[in-house]
Design a protein around this ligand. Structure first.
Ligand SMILES: [Zn+2]
Length: 238
């Protein structure tokens, strides 16, 4: 695996970016537990399968987890397949749970006027009301935070809403965070995601993420974001 797709914390937790491009998927591992973060959309399944086989997902004697940052199809469409094939503990925020169980997108909305104009309400309504993906029954839900020490890893799942009501992030060793769509790593001038149901809530979630000591934020779309860049943009958003 290319070095640009692997990170390591001081306590030797490894983070692999399995799928890079349209929707990143990460695998976080130490010697006791492995956590797959998101599952991408259906078209990416063959690539996801190859990557999971290469990294022995669920084949070793460790606890196996699938954490979904939220219930949008480009994150959750392969979740049912992963659940059937690898039998992980599936974790998602309480507010996203019913959407996942129904195979429906949690609400999608543009975060700025430009996106709202580019993204006609017809497509938005179709994604919000009609689009379906295979249903997944999560095993563990949470509201504000979920500590993963009991699973065998110094990591915490934090509720970081704004992109959707139940969007959440994984904080690893208080050093690296996987933030789903709470941040966006595609455009050079902004890390604010193009889609959010509540911009103020999202800005508050950035504050929450910056209260951790994380030096690096890994978004679901695009490249890793350094803490300094997020600090600067956070100040400009106040
Ligand atoms: Zn999303």
């Amino acid at each position: 695996m290319k070095l640009e797709n692997v990170w390591q914390t001081k306590q030797k937790i490894f983070i692999y970016r399995l799928l890079a491009g349209r929707s990143n998927v990460f695998l976080v591992k130490n010697d006791q537990v492995e956590i797959l973060i998101d599952s991408s959309w259906k078209l990416a399944r063959p690539r996801l399968k190859r990557a999971l086989t290469k990294l022995n997902y669920s084949q070793e004697k460790s606890v196996c987890v699938l954490f979904l940052t939220h219930a949008h199809f480009d994150h959750a469409e392969n979740a049912a397949w992963v659940q059937n094939e690898y039998h992980p503990h599936v974790i998602i925020h309480q507010s996203e749970c019913d959407f996942l169980k129904a195979g429906r997108n949690s609400k999608i909305a543009g975060s700025n006027k430009f996106i709202r104009r580019l993204f006609p309400s017809l497509i938005q309504n179709w994604l919000n009301s009609t689009y379906r993906y295979p249903i997944t029954k999560p095993e563990i839900t949470f509201t504000e935070r979920l500590e993963l020490q009991d699973f065998g890893m110094d990591a915490t799942i934090l509720h970081t809403p704004g992109h959707t009501q139940g969007s959440s992030s994984l904080i690893i060793n208080d050093e690296i965070a996987i933030v789903g769509d709470a941040m966006h790593g595609v455009f050079p001038n902004t890390a604010f995601p193009p889609f959010a149901v509540d911009n103020d809530q999202l800005i508050a979630s950035w504050g929450k993420l910056l209260k951790t000591r994380c030096r690096l934020f890994l978004p679901s779309h695009g490249n890793a974001l350094q803490r300094e860049r997020i600090e600067q943009e956070y100040l400009s958003l106040q």
